[in-house]
Design a protein. Sequence first.
Length: 251
Amino acid sequence: MSVGPDPQVSLQLIEETRRKINRLFEEVARLSDQELAPTDYYGEVLKRVLDALQAPAGAVWVRTAQGNVLWDCVADIDADAVKSIAGLGGLRAIAISHPHYYTVLAEWSEAFGGIPVYLHALDRQWVMRPHGDIVHWDGETQPLWDGVTLVRCGGHFPGGSVMHWAQGAGGRGALFTGDVMQVGQDRNSVSFMHSFPNYIPLNAASVKTVAKAVIDYPFETIFGAFARRNVMIDGKAVLARSVERYLEAIA
């Protein structure tokens, strides 16, 4: 017995670019194409809803051969989190994409012995709590260590930055973007905004600057600001298509 919405209609909605369908609704739509008893169907839907509720925006712990880095920063820190990260090798550095993630960066640094926190100097005015462990880096790139590089893209903020990990994705490269390139809910596109909550788009020149900043870096995957909202394959091609689509939309 099949229950739920018509699968053909559901999949047509998934492919419509103006819809707001995240991974949860896509998976539920695909469940409709399976032969499931009603109790099994709604049980699977409930499991996916509960899973989606545990996917907030936040930090990414990146483990590399030369050391581990905390990319972006959650506004909470507790003993259990510190213990868990310490048990996995700790942290060598913290790097933050833009001011919305500054929050408790000082506490995170101190919890791991005063490790450096890399923020772009163009966003210095948004640091409300100056701290001795902050490194205000200048220019267009900042290597952390071999294979891990911060790249200033601008856009969302003047110092808006991404992190490139050359050894990520099995050596094909990974890009960590925060809100500088916001991964779409289809996980096959990115977009750009000056202000996400107030729906103020980024202008064409700034979008081109964002894309140009990473043109020389190979990357297969793009890790966005939200858990499980990532581009897992063809990241560089996805960025190119997304820029073209965005520029056409605002022309």
